[in-house]
Write a protein that binds this ligand. Structure first.
Ligand SMILES: Nc1ncnc2c1ncn2[C@@H]1O[C@H](COP(=O)(O)OP(=O)(O)OP(=O)(O)O)[C@@H](O)[C@H]1O
Ligand SMILES: [Mg+2]
Length: 503
């Protein structure tokens, strides 16, 4: 262990010597972890370093290897089950939130606590009062009667947090809660976390956005390859220092942009419009170019990406691919034309979770490599998988393992591997680093740059202005469904670009 911060006055939980082995992989190796009462504590580290595994052990989902010492609120426990953890006051906001879309806000927050008493006569007035009290403790206003399914994800998260409060949580785990939130939603969530802490509820927060980690927490526990690096106060900590602790390496922040305007145009977009999504979009994407497309969430970037990939049909406008007009009626046609699309939502569109890593990697090349027989030669499959897994440095157990056993960032690399195996001409990357740690981001962009150098035309959709600035040759700014600006990262500072986008 490299460093230790001053301990808070009272410990909420103390874990010592926690190890977990999955089929030979040491997901956790003799890790110590403790959180103070009412503390906001961040858990940081690269993809696959063991953050989620540690959370699952503390909440009784997984059992640690023998030798672990576990204390919840001063009480030593030989074993933790999910029920025991919940009764002790520990709650987890899982990424799927585990809420009921058909039920109202009030029901989602307080229904469960009312069930024990009289299943057939729910006291709605008492339930609403309970739900309101929980929301009040968070300083949040929500319509108690709104159906949960109608609310944006950020508000559903608040509902999940309020539900935890109703069951008297004293420590709440949030595993990457901001991964799919906009900047203003993230700000609102961080405010809720601060309120929780002020009211004495501790929060353990996992995020790959380091600015956020440093802003919200008092201390950060850093893991690397399943081992504890140290526990650090965030006061005086910088992003680059934290990155170094997480990865053991240093990273240069350099602008990668080059001049690609002389390269041949691969994709020409003229006055593309789709009602309610985007309007009059025109740009050209050249061979060997990384074209950034940035803007606030809701600007229409993803919708444009969908249309370029044939998932939706534009109402007006023309697409030219290598000088020939094309009309894409389906994503199958887009793939046949050499367009690949890495979705921002890998869980919904990118991967088939229960299937093996090997099958996911070759999914999109199936038709290409099967020929007419429809059968994929086993050795051809093995070769392709081995090639891209090595190329992208995916950290896996066996190619036969289910994709769901991979860490988030490694799943993202499998998605990329899957599309690269189609040998595309145009690669659309929609928020390729959501949930990917800072070290892996650098790795992904090294790959992106190498692909561009081989002549691939790449459209990089990103809401992280810094990411677009560092990695694109040119940047388009989209707002309200239209392209409203074009920037050269070599002539525009990050600050100026941020000012334009967040104006
Ligand atoms: N159920 C499982 N079966 C097999 N291996 C697993 C399982 N769960 C986790 N692992 C492995 O344990 C290691 C730690 O994974 P974990 O999900 O805890 O990482 P993480 O720090 O949460 O990463 P990320 O930031 O990508 O979410 C990884 O190598 C992962 O592949
Ligand atoms: Mg995780």
């Amino acid at each position: 262990m490299i460093g230790t911060a001053a301990m808070p006055e009272a410990e909420a939980i103390t874990f010592r010597n926690v190890s977990k082995v999955f089929g030979g992989v040491h997901a956790l190796d003799a890790v110590d972890f403790s959180v103070g009462a009412g503390e906001v504590h961040c858990l940081a580290g690269e993809n696959g370093c063991g953050k989620s595994t540690l959370i699952k052990i503390i909440t009784g989902v997984y059992q640690p290897e023998a030798g672990a010492q576990m204390q919840l609120f001063g009480q030593a426990l030989p074993q933790i089950t999910p029920t025991l953890a919940r009764k002790a006051g520990i709650a987890v906001i899982w990424q799927d939130l585990a809420l009921f879309a058909e039920m109202t806000v009030a029901e989602n927050i307080a229904f469960e606590t009312m069930l024990g008493n009289r299943p057939r006569r729910v006291n709605y007035a008492a339930m609403r009062a309970k739900a309101q009290a929980a929301l009040d403790r968070l300083d949040v206003t929500l319509d108690l009667d709104a159906r949960l399914g109608t609310l944006p994800i950020a508000q559903r998260q608040v509902v999940a947090i309020a539900r935890a409060l109703v069951s008297d949580a004293r420590l709440i785990f949030m595993d990457e809660p901001t991964a799919s939130l906009t900047q203003s939603e993230t700000d609102a969530l961080l405010a809720v976390v601060r309120t929780l802490s002020m009211r004495g509820v501790a929060v353990v927060f996992v995020s790959h956005r380091l600015a956020e980690v440093l802003e919200i927490s008092a201390r950060v526990t850093v893991l690397r390859d399943g081992k504890l690096v140290g526990v650090y106060p965030t006061a005086g900590m910088t992003q680059s220092r934290l990155t170094e602790l997480m990865t053991g390496k240093t990273f240069d922040q350099v602008v990668a942009a080059r001049d690609t305007l002389a390269n041949p145009v691969v994709l020409q977009v003229e006055n593309l419009s789709r009602r309610g999504e985007f309007a009059d979009v025109s740009f050209s994407l050249r061979a060997g170019e990384v074209l950034g497309l940035t803007g606030l969430i809701g600007a229409g970037r993803t919708e444009l990406g969908h249309a370029l990939f044939g998932m939706t049909r534009p109402d007006a406008g023309v697409l030219h691919l290598n000088g020939r007009p094309v009309s894409l009626r389906s994503n199958r046609e887009a793939v046949a034309q050499g367009i690949a699309y890495v979705s921002e939502d890998r869980l919904a569109l990118g991967l088939i979770q229960p299937q093996s890593i090997a099958d996911n990697t070759v999914l999109s090349v199936l038709r290409k490599v099967t020929g007419r027989t429809g059968l994929l030669a086993a050795d051809r499959q093995r070769d392709l998988v081995a090639h891209w897994i090595a190329e992208l440095a995916v950290k896996i157990g066996q190619p036969e393992d289910a994709v769901s056993t991979l860490s988030g960032g490694n799943q993202q690399r499998v998605v990329l591997a899957k599309w690269l195996a189609t040998e595309p001409k145009v690669l659309i990357l929609d928020s390729p680093t959501v949930g990917v740690d800072v070290g892996a981001r650098a790795g992904i962009f090294r790959i992106v740059r190498a692909l561009a150098d081989k002549g691939l035309a790449i459209l990089l959709i990103s809401d992280e202005v810094t990411e677009a600035h560092m990695n694109a040759d040119r940047i388009l700014h989209m707002a309200g469904g239209r392209i409203v600006g074009e920037y050269d990262p070599r002539q525009t500072s990050i600050a100026a670009l941020e000012a334009a986008v967040y104006a």
